[in-house]
Design a protein around this ligand. Structure first.
Ligand SMILES: NC(=O)c1ccc[n+]([C@@H]2O[C@H](COP(=O)([O-])OP(=O)(O)OC[C@H]3O[C@@H](n4cnc5c(N)ncnc54)[C@H](O)[C@@H]3O)[C@@H](O)[C@H]2O)c1
Length: 413
């Protein structure tokens, strides 16, 4: 195949990021969008046309979109709680001969728990779809270039890296469903530690080596609700959700950390340390990735940007996210991430997915990786709930649902 026709499921925040990134991706066109709210699909279609990355048709159903001969692959970008219904409709459309697809990609997390993540993988395999797991951070240029240099120079001459630190923090999600443990699958641990554990695992894995070359041994995690359970902040969440979100009674964690011990090919100990929070108030989204070995280190901090602007107190204007994702201020000295789609990895991620599908190959980051990430996150929830280090893999992992995902977690009780 020469060009890939892409259809998006979901027309929200992340779909807009993907559409923008396609400016830097060759050999594909965005030719369809289906979303639960038609207006969001229409807005995404308009953006795609305006940017010249595809004359996307708005479809009323996933089945109709698959039936179009224009569509070769789907990008699943709908909310977490719709994963299984979306994937089941894809499989049913293919099995009943309504249309054909080469592949499907899915945003993080692959599922809200092990049962869902494994079902996503099984469903994709049932109809022989190539599968891509959309973990953008393992495609971020500073991460891939940093890994290349560290392994080629430092690790090759003085020994492999043994410690990876990864953090993702911002002031809280943009839509109310993210805040609901049952809909999202958890709090910030599920929402953002998925990025950090996978990025850190990627950095500690030798270039070209398989995922199994390093093995998780144990997981120790902690979760709490530091900010959003304070009455004045819980009230903001209630107001933003017409009273549905109740962080006094049913909070989700807004801070979490984990320490994952791995062993390498020779049985040597490696450590991944992650921190995630929805209670960080700085200029905006802060991604921090670090890697340490016997004679070297590597540091990434997306808020240490090369571009900074300054606005005096006389500059007044509307609030926006035009400088950086999850921006918190419009004055003083502000960092600007000049191309967020590139810096966060969306462009390279989509380039890899498109080229893999066109070549008929399974992407390097696929649903099996999404399942492996879910295993680590669920073990982290077990550890936080039991307040102890858990040996990996723990028994009962496949049936485990975090207390926060059934509305039964409250650090104040
Ligand atoms: N990689 C990242 O850094 C990143 C960032 C943000 C979101 N995400 C992930 O992307 C997914 C979407 O997040 P978002 O921020 O775009 O959410 P959003 O709420 O902004 O958008 C979701 C879209 O899906 C549509 N939708 C809802 N139910 C649907 C259904 N059953 N079928 C089809 N469409 C449906 C909504 O109308 C909306 O247009 C989530 O799984 C989230 O975890 C990833």
């Amino acid at each position: 195949m020469k060009r890939l026709g892409i259809g998006f499921i979901g027309g929200g925040f992340i779909t807009r990021f993907h559409i923008q990134s396609m400016i830097g991706v060759r050999d594909c066109d965005i030719l369809g969008i289906m979303s639960k709210t038609r207006t969001s699909a229409e807005e995404s279609s308009a953006l795609s046309r305006e940017l010249g990355v595809g004359n996307a048709t708005v479809y009323d159903s996933i089945t109709e979109m698959i039936a179009s001969p224009d569509i070769d692959a789907l990008w699943i970008c709908a909310p977490n709680f719709t994963r299984i219904e979306v994937m089941e409709e894809i499989v049913s459309a293919i099995e009943s001969g309504k249309g054909e697809l080469i592949g499907v990609t899915c945003e993080k997390p692959l599922g809200r728990n092990m049962a869902e993540a494994k079902q996503m993988l099984e469903l994709a395999q049932k109809v022989d779809l190539l599968d891509g797991y959309l973990e953008n951070q393992v495609f971020a240029p500073s991460v891939t270039r940093g890994k290349e240099i560290i392994w080629a120079r430092g690790a090759a001459t003085t020994g492999r890296p043994y410690l990876a630190r990864s953090a993702e923090e911002h002031s809280g999600p943009h839509m109310s469903w993210f805040w609901e443990g049952e809909l999202q699958g958890g709090g910030v641990l599920n929402d953002m530690m998925c990025h950090s554990v996978e990025e850190a695992r990627f950095m500690l894995t030798a270039p070209g080596a398989s995922r199994n070359s390093i093995t998780p041994v144990s997981v120790n995690a902690y979760a709490s609700c530091l900010k959003w359970q304070r009455p004045e902040y819980a009230q903001i969440l209630a107001d933003n959700s017409s009273g549905k979100t109740d962080y006094l009674k049913r909070p989700a964690e807004d801070f979490a950390r984990s320490l994952i011990e791995y062993k390498d090919e020779n049985g040597e100990r490696l450590v991944v340390e992650t921190t995630t929070s929805w209670c960080f108030v700085g200029a905006g989204l802060r991604l921090s990735m670090e890697l340490f070995g016997p004679e070297y280190s590597m540091f990434v901090n997306t808020l240490d940007s090369d571009l900074k602007v300054f606005f005096s107190r006389k500059v007044a204007g509307a609030e926006g996210e035009d400088l950086v994702e999850k921006q918190n201020a419009e004055s003083g000295e502000m960092p600007v991430v000049s191309s967020e789609t590139d810096a966060y990895g969306y462009t390279a991620e989509n380039r890899h997915m498109v080229q893999s599908f066109l070549a008929g190959k399974r992407p390097e980051e696929n649903f099996s990786d999404g399942v492996a990430v879910t295993e680590l996150l669920m073990t982290a929830y077990m550890s936080a709930e039991q307040d102890k280090t858990i040996q990996f893999p723990p028994s009962g992992l496949d049936d485990f649902i975090p207390a926060v995902a059934i509305g039964e977690w409250n650090p104040n009780q």
